[in-house]
Design a protein around this ligand. Structure first.
Ligand SMILES: Nc1ncnc2c1ncn2[C@@H]1O[C@H](COP(=O)(O)OP(=O)(O)O)[C@@H](O)[C@H]1O
Ligand SMILES: [Mg+2]
Length: 232
């Protein structure tokens, strides 16, 4: 039995669905579970997650539009065997995933890593169509769909609820609900490029209270799918 931590890929393909915030929250969750984390930033035109966490964890940026980026990603997964890998993806990464994703998919066995996909959705149809395309590249991945509460409560995600895709996802993974964070706190996180940990120290008392409320809901969500004992 191996104790290598998984590769967590935060996807969603579309811009603005909340991938970066989910990646930030996940990095914070793993860190507070005493799991070493390497953050792989693949949104090279807007490396927002990397900028927020680079003082706190090992970070590296790769462009997944070309083969070199995928080679680098595989090598990082190999070299950082003691760490969980969190990959923050870019909206435009879909063609690169389709072309080169097999580079990573083919090495998961050798790496002794599980690929866990957290696919962030809003309430529109293309979020689901893009996941369908993505899954073809990584048939072995465990995929969880993250309904982002920023776009409304779970019952409003009717397209997803009624989809065949939900049944496919829930055969192996889960449908999760990512909590909505008050806009003024989310905006401060973003504009100050704060990690969640740093924000929990630096924010004013009211904002901090909201941040901690949200963080505890994030913990509840992640604990449904993330094992913190490192076993795969
Ligand atoms: N659950 C949420 N609560 C509060 N704000 C959110 C939430 N999800 C996304 N946002 C906001 O929506 C915007 C886009 O989110 P972001 O994580 O940058 O998306 P992506 O990385 O998919 O482009 C940001 O301003 C972010 O703060
Ligand atoms: Mg982003």
């Amino acid at each position: 039995m191996t104790t290598t931590y998984p590769i967590y890929l935060v996807g969603g393909s579309k811009g603005g669905v909340g991938k970066s915030l989910v990646a930030l929250a996940l990095a914070d969750h793993l860190q507070r579970s005493d799991i070493p984390v390497t953050l792989v930033e693949t949104d090279t035109s807007n490396p927002d997650v990397m900028k927020s966490v680079q003082d706190e964890m090992h970070c590296i940026a790769y462009d997944l539009d070309d083969a070199d980026g995928w080679i680098g990603l595989v090598n990082t997964c190999d070299e950082r065997r003691d760490a969980a890998i969190v990959v923050n993806t870019a909206a435009r990464s879909q063609p690169g995933v389709a072309r080169f994703g097999a580079t990573l998919a083919g090495t998961l066995g050798d790496l002794q890593r599980e690929l866990v996909v957290l696919w962030v959705i809003n309430r529109q149809r293309d979020s689901l169509e893009l996941l369908h395309a993505f899954s073809r590249t990584f048939p072995g991945a465990v995929t969880h769909v993250v309904r982002n509460g920023y776009f409304g409560p779970p019952e409003k995600f009717t397209l997803y609820r009624d989809s065949q895709l939900r049944r496919v996802v829930e055969a192996h993974g889960r449908s999760l609900d990512f909590p909505d964070l008050a806009d003024r706190v989310a905006d401060e996180l973003r504009s100050q490029r704060l990690s969640i940990r740093r924000a929990a120290q630096a924010m004013h008392m009211g904002e901090r209270a909201e941040l901690l409320r949200w963080r505890s809901l994030c913990d509840t969500m992640f604990s449904k799918v993330i094992r913190t004992d490192g076993r795969v």
